[in-house]
Design a protein. Structure first.
Lengths: 77, 179
């Protein structure tokens, strides 16, 4: 039993399937990929939140101008 | 058109990667159908999908992509280079559900850069799942002989399945495809 992640290799020429541990280089690449993905998703989430905040702010200003909620929804839907 | 199953693999134990090697070169195109789930969860902002990275001939660097996506909460588009990503159900999604993905590789054995088409849906019994279509490019003129699918961390869950099909073009008046 090992904690080292494994990969499954399917040889299409022979139909043989083998399971081998990841190499050091593959493990290093996975860590790079993981960090890149986390940064990218955090950035995406921040952009979504900013957009939602702007939308809420715009709606509030429209309501303050005297529009009804139905009218605001009709404008922004 | 004739579609032939080359190999299919279902994981009996979680694994960090599934790789198809020695892909035969005598088809016209390749289709890859995936049913994948990650053992990890990102756990930020309601995101319920996890990246699985495509590697072509053990290479990710020459890949680029353009994506149209919907998350249930928002729509997005974007482009990227140095990767081609399939976003699959993560471990926070409804138990025993798997993303389903279809990838098409036209002219995979040719001596030109290779285009890739992806149609992908993550799966969960909630609003925040991921749907996306993507166009990709592997900017390399080498014939595709291996394809690998690896989550950016963690493992592909037990039961994850990838099937590789070869597509042979049909009779066009010049080329005849045997049944």
């Amino acid at each position: 039993m090992t904690d080292t992640p494994t990969k499954v290799i399917v040889n299409c020429a022979t139909g043989e399937s083998t399971t081998v541990p990841l190499t050091e280089a593959e493990l290093e690449q996975r860590e790079i990929d993981r960090l890149a993905w986390e940064a990218q998703e955090a950035e995406r989430k921040a952009a979504e939140e900013e957009k939602e905040n702007l939308k809420a702010s715009a709606n509030a200003k429209l309501l303050a101008l005297g529009l009804t909620e139905a009218e605001v929804n009709a404008l922004t839907a | 058109m004739k579609m032939t199953l080359i190999e299919t693999k279902t994981l009996g134990a979680a694994a960090a990667s599934i790789e198809f090697t020695s892909i035969p070169q005598d088809f016209t195109d390749l289709i890859v159908l995936c049913s994948l789930r990650s053992t990890n969860t990102f756990g930020v902002g309601g995101v319920t999908w996890f990246d699985v990275l495509l590697s072509v001939n053990s290479n990710t660097g020459n890949l680029s992509n353009r994506i149209l996506a919907g998350s249930g909460a928002a729509v997005s588009s974007g482009s990227g280079s140095g990767e081609f990503v399939i976003r699959v159900s993560d471990s926070a999604t409804t138990a025993n559900t798997f993303a389903n993905s279809s990838l098409y590789f036209p002219n995979y054995a040719g001596a030109t850069a290779k285009s890739i088409s992806l149609d992908n849906v993550s799966e969960t019994n909630a609003t925040n799942a991921r749907q996306e279509i993507a166009a990709g490019l592997w900017n390399d003129t080498t014939a595709i002989s291996s394809l690998a699918f690896s989550p950016s961390s963690g493992n592909l869950a037990i039961g994850s399945t990838i099937s590789l099909y070869g597509v042979l073009k049909g009779t066009d008046g010049i080329v005849t495809t045997s049944p």
